[in-house]
Design a protein around this ligand. Sequence first.
Ligand code: ZN
Length: 248
Amino acid sequence: MRYLILSDIHSNLEALEKCLEVARGRYDETLCLGDVVGYGPDPNAAVDVVRNMAPVIIRGNHDKACCGIIGGEDFNPYARMATIWTRDQLSVRNLALLRNLPSGPVDVNGFQLVHGSPQDEDEYLAGPEEAMDALLSMTSSFALFGHTHLQGGFQLNADGFFQIIRFYGLRDGCVFTLQLEEGARYLINPGSVGQPRDRDWRAAFAIFDSDRRRVEYYRTSYDLPRTQAKMRQAGLPEPLITRLEFGR
Ligand code: ZN
């Protein structure tokens, strides 16, 4: 089975549609790791696309805040403004869908989907200490996570060797293929579709091939000026608009 893994779409329709165009014909099923909304200008369109293609969508912290499960008081002021704007925009139907999304971990055919970490849906697995803790306490050997918007992940080999999975792929398309090792544990982050933070502005996603036991990481350029123009039109905060072009 080839799974298209989408995470942290953040209401960025241009990035989402471009990822789907690049991935077309290369996968069997879609899984979404949360944060469909928040920050970007197209919350309803993003939810509509994902709800129609992904049988499993878990919730992210922005999904929770935008549908009112949490207040978003701990968000920075710009994120909070975007949350309030998004809540106003969302249709009754899409608000209901977001309210009913499951929290991670969700088990899919022997592996796990989480937004933050297997222990805590809101935890950021950004550095080796948190990742090591998570890898050691995982109940499956393979988990997909998002939340940090950093494409890559972490690996713990059978002999106890820990690795951070990072790479720089300059061309659009598949930028790195990770062959999974027998007996190793993995936390894999497909990267963020709609607001990457690894200093590469291009939309990110991954395809997990469970038969060939490998992860293919992708990057693709998209019509960023169009997304930014929509954000200005909507009156979303300028720092959220400019950060997109720096991948921050
Ligand atoms: Zn996010």
